[in-house]
Design a protein around this ligand. Sequence first.
Ligand code: ASP
Ligand code: MG
Length: 426
Amino acid sequence: MALIVQKYGGSSVADAESIKRVAKRIVDTRRAGHDVVVAVSAMGDTTDELLDLANEVAPIPAPRELDMLLSSGERISMALLAMAIHSMGFEARSFTGSQAGMITDSQHGAARIVDVTPVRLREALDEGAIVIVAGFQGFNRDTRDITTLGRGGSDTTAVALAAALGADVCEIYSDVDGIFTADPRVIPKAQKLDHVSTEEMLELAANGAKVLYIRAVEYARRHGVLIHARSTFSSAEGTYVLGEGMKNPREAEGAVMEEPIVAGVATDFSHAKITVAGVPDVPGKAAEIFKIVAKSGANVDMIVQNVSATGRTDISFTVPKADAAAALKALAAEQNEVGFQNLVHDDQIGKLSVVGAGMRTHSGVSATLFEALSAGGINIEMISTSEIRISVVLRGDDLAEAARTVHTAYGLDGDSDVTVHAGTGR
Ligand code: ASP
Ligand code: MG
């Protein structure tokens, strides 16, 4: 008998029919003899609808009240799910984030979990009940107010519950089958991964993969939680996300696991490039520029500085498209101070990243990437690397084609196309 935490995303509980299907899945797990704790998201697009509603009554909704409002979405789904389980003859109890002991800091809309005290959940489990917890929300002890964890926060709720309860596995259910070597909507020959390491998953998530939220994966890595990302709509196994020293459950069953050098190819259209042209090539200018950008709230991803022949240089960097306007405005205001000549904004870029822990020990990984791009006649504008990742910035129009070429070059193509069920991965 195991303790299993399951998380169901909004698309898995979008209507009454779906809730009943999820209830059945939970009951089946219970019938197999396991203790079950469920973290559930709000039904379908409820959170977006509540946000729209808030914006209709107030241009800038008060953060405390917004969390009060948004946290109600998960209370609806948790209660309905518990009712559906009852009607199948099983005992289930739903709990809000604060009842579940999800203690956070006080930052409304982006609260961080600081402690989990699942006393009531343990009691319910001991009494044989299935436990249902509202995802995405917590409680701050100082302000005594309800908080939310940021969009997609239910993944983090599930992982935090799994850590606090010492669960054997945290199953994250969504409308996609697991983690793929690439987004199947971009690369139909992408293959589902049997497993991926937490460090690879973090790089993939940070570079455009949307299946799992970074904060949940970080939490899992810190607390040694085994994640199994899988589909609500099929019984097939999904992808295991393995922390350091963690054993793949399927390997224990005798399967031989070959470690690929490259785990996946991620694509990201969400960034824009800003070039600060004609910057005086003297010490301190980069510091000035990036201090201004940081103060604007923009989150810088890649940076390149060109060589200077004339005593002036160009510095280019990428930021999320949503942050670009603020960064440009802040820089323009300091143009004379910094002494650069002009600013160029380019939001037609795409980022391609190749991720794999095998890069540490294998040479020639980057050569394969550059050869594939060169054979495809694709121009590279920026390059950055980490120990287990190589990223390049390209024209946005070239990104899909480039990703397909690179996927093939690393031998990642499957034999047949993936069937994509219009899923969002949530
Ligand atoms: N309902 C919240 C959202 O849509 C949390 C979640 O789905 O994980 O962001
Ligand atoms: Mg949602």
